[in-house]
Design a protein around this ligand. Structure first.
Ligand code: GLV
Ligand code: MN
Ligand code: MN
Ligand code: MN
Length: 404
């Protein structure tokens, strides 16, 4: 591969802008990020977003749901091309999941301007709030609110672990669906770090997304009888931890049987004492599959197995859906067009994105940037500066194509 002066300049520009946000919300111990919606690091990132918009003379508007939009061109012109992603992270998440799409968006604007492009329709850089659902429990909360996929009152009442509601964090009841704003967007492109190893395997820096697996979150409440660990005979126990543990293994087995994915990555135990049989265990099941029927079958199997086991353990279990995202097939014509333009592979993903929510309302595409470790939702998530710079070039080309 040959490197031109321009490539070197692009690398420098990427490193410079990336370096501005890299320290924000970074946990020194884990090397991961704690950037929860409306907490201090995320508020600083929002401030940084406004500074970037000001520096490019792009006025920022909000939608009353916590999402931000910076406009190059007259919002009333219609047919706007939106690009961007989210700032928030999972607990100890990687650097790239979300912010790479926003940094790349600013740099793509710079590329277009340097190339003398005068868009005939508005170009908008967006930042969506609470994409991970790490603080309030529902992923893609900002895009769900904007599109009306979640009721504004319900969203406003969602609470974080400290009892603060989304409405309190936002400072107002969320505004909810805004068909007028959505109607101004003619296309949405979200650039995102790849969250698996497909691009490493295919030896390509950038890909176009074809689909997002249907997925969701279910809360499993296991209840039993809290009691003394030393004095309660084993036969007399009603221990919800046992039912929980069995259910985690069953979910793993049922997912493997179906080529699907099941994860229990979060658990809360009450009273959470070493010397007490727990009274209650709450676990959250994240389940995903390529096909909706497979996902339904998986969740039903987990429900049935957990119930059977609860009867044996003398405990009770309930399974409650907390969020669900249907299969997203991105606009096939658009994906093929962009894949041809970039000579890039096309891949599906098991990860959720605001692009998946917007896709039901606006022609939407996603670009993925290679991740050498293939790891995500972990500090080990990675991307090389050169691939990130290649992502910026790809995004700028895509935007130029859509702005024509
Ligand atoms: C969001 O990143 C998800 O796929 O869980
Ligand atoms: Mn994520
Ligand atoms: Mn993301
Ligand atoms: Mn995501």
């Amino acid at each position: 591969m040959t490197h031109t002066v321009e490539d070197g300049h692009r690398l420098d520009r990427f490193r410079e802008l990336w370096g501005e946000i890299a320290p924000i919300g970074r946990d020194e111990r884990s090397g991961g990020y704690l950037r929860y919606a409306f907490t201090e690091p995320e508020l600083r990132l929002r401030e940084w977003f406004r500074e970037q918009a000001d520096a490019r003379a792009m006025p920022v508007t909000g939608d009353g749901n916590g999402n931000l939009f910076a406009w190059w061109g007259d919002p009333d012109a219609g047919g706007a091309v939106l690009t961007g992603s989210h700032f928030d992270s999972v607990p100890h998440g990687g650097a790239y999941d979300g912010p790479l799409g926003i940094v790349s968006a600013w740099l793509a604007v710079d590329e277009l301007r340097a190339a003398g492009v005068t868009p005939s329709r508005p170009l908008v850089v967006g930042a969506f709030v609470e994409e991970e659902g790490a603080r309030f429990g529902v992923p893609c909360l900002g895009s769900r609110l904007l599109t009306g996929q979640i009721d504004a009152d319900r969203a406003g009442r969602l609470r974080d672990a400290a009892g603060v509601s989304f409405a309190e964090a936002l400072g107002a009841r969320p505004a909810g669906a805004d068909p007028g704003l959505l109607g101004r967007f003619g296309a949405f492109v979200e650039l995102h770090v790849e969250q698996g190893r497909a691009l490493v395997d295919q030896n390509a820096p950038v890909a176009v997304a074809s689909a997002i697996w249907p997925h969701g979150r279910w809360r499993l409440d296991f209840t039993g009888e809290g009691n003394h660990a030393g004095t309660t005979r084993m036969a007399d126990r009603r221990d919800p931890m046992l039912t929980y543990a069995f259910t985690v293994l069953a979910a793993n087995k049922e997912a493997r049987l179906r080529d699907a994915h099941a994860t229990v990555g979060r658990v809360v135990v009450e009273p959470n004492a070493t010397n007490a049989v727990p009274s209650r265990v709450t676990g959250w099941l994240d389940a995903r599959a390529a096909e909706p029927d497979t996902l339904d079958g998986l969740v039903e199997a987990v429900r049935v197995k957990a119930g059977e086991r609860a009867r044996r353990d003398g405990t009770e279990v309930t399974l409650t859906e907390e969020s669900a995202t249907p299969l997203v097939a991105f606009d096939g014509g658009l994906a093929d067009r962009l894949a041809r333009l970039l000579a890039a592979p096309v891949l599906p993903t098991g990860a959720g994105h605001d692009a998946g929510v917007l896709a039901a309302h606006v022609p939407t595409a996603m670009l993925f940037v290679r991740n050498p470790t293939g790891v995500s939702h972990s500090p080990a998530e990675s991307a090389t500066d050169a691939d990130c710079a290649a992502g910026v070039v790809a995004l700028a080309r895509v935007l130029a194509e859509l702005l024509r």
